[in-house]
Design a protein around this ligand. Sequence first.
Ligand code: ARG
Length: 547
Amino acid sequence: MYQLTKLENNLESLLLEFNISEKIDIRLSKDESYDLQINNLVKYQKHPKINEILKRFKNELGNESFIEEYSIGNKNFINIEVNLHEFVNSLENIRNFIKVHNPQSIIFDYGGPNIGKPLHVGHLRSLNIGRSLYNINKLAGNKVFSDIHLGDWGMPIAQIIQYGIENKIDFKKITIEELEEIYPSASDLYLKNSQFMESAQSVNKNLNDNNKDLINIWKNIKSVSLKSLKSTLEKLYHDFDLWKGESDVNSLIPPMLESLKENNKISLDDGAYISNLETDPKILITKSDGSYLYLTTDLATVLDRLKNTMFDKTFYVVDKRQKLHFEQLFSSLKYFDFPDKEYAHISFGTLNDSEGNPFKTREGGTKKLIDLFDETYNYIEKINEKLDENSKHILTNTVLTYSDLITNRNTDYKFDLEKFTNVNGKTGIYVQYANVRANKLITDSLLDTSDFSIKISKLDDSDKNLLKSYIKFEFYFQQAIQNNEPHHLADYLYELSRQFNAMYQGVNILENPDSDLKHNKLINTKFFLIYSSLLMECLGILPVKKM
Ligand code: ARG
């Protein structure tokens, strides 16, 4: 915890005097009657100088103004109660407290739609988790880049083009609806008809050789497709710093393969290049017909990023079914002696329909993301008839985001509109409602906005509980950033909103004859707004003005 960094440092140097090198970790207390705990001394119960260490600890803890009270239990567990007065004074500065000491440069590769296909429900989690991790890291002071990494090259495109040529489709005039119909038909034909397959492969090869006519067709396809993708993304409040795609790195592949060959990192095997790294199965770098694979492009993408984006880390927010691909990518990067950087696959489970089955359209195709958006929008409209369009739009995205992020990213979940829009449940609607209430209260009160003073002696239990809950922000933020898990913050936002409602519901605040009580609750409400809005920002949710 930021405010306790000094204490942590002092305790660490104190332990060094006893030849103990230990990182002091102040955590949230598991004991209800305390706020924080330190477990570091548990493992030193048998240390010959433990009594002296404890004495010195007591001295430090006793001198810390931030600590109201502490106790040391029989196994040397230390429990701490925070001094609310000290704590409240620094509450409004939370944005400064969550900055990392050594900012890093991080690329977030997420979304990853393929051109020619619409965004479908399978893209939702990558988009939500990616945007949230991007926001969290940005708030922490890291330099962040989001890259959508479009699938805009290779066999699928060649199949679409070959299909279009055979069916005399005018690509200059093609609509997104036509394009989306071609894609499944073309890939179907590719599997069933060997002649079509051969023609498509030759289109693919000619595309790679920069055949002008084919490149022009490809440009048309990409522009129509990108326009539609962008319009859906905009509706879902997504934007990217980099709109790069597989096509951008195509020219880097031949020299990359050349150098890998020279360095004896890959060898030819039946026309295909395989990595010389000893693995089971062997890692395929190109196909036997010479065409490139998903892995080939991802390797070249790293080269492109090393050159153009300068990064310390890359996070790939991609479905867990691609685990093997990323394992192969990361081990190849190492084996091929690419510069030493950090790479991680931020994987996630599947979003299913309310019965737990894969989301399908009535015709059996994959459900479009825009259809899920529309269904959610209509549902919200039904339960909030009088609401304006913008608020309904924000609430729709809140539901699509919050219900997704509240689930641990590795577990699958069922999309249940009724459950996810319940005003009394653990939902995006619930947390928005608390935020709207708080805003209205502050507006109606005409409170001086610069005043953050609180009369500690006049706090009731519900005030104290809410104030103490703010202590947890830094801890959950840490967990979210360290484990790349937004759900800690989504959970916490619910907890805070619940505490706020409890604080709010017990009494009439605005017309309360006790002016101290009224003042305290209004200031507490202002803190709540700071925290709730910040958490929404972490999650990629816009606060709604009205409900
Ligand atoms: N377009 C890919 C797919 O549909 C996802 C891309 C993920 N990012 C990456 N760098 N491989 O599966």
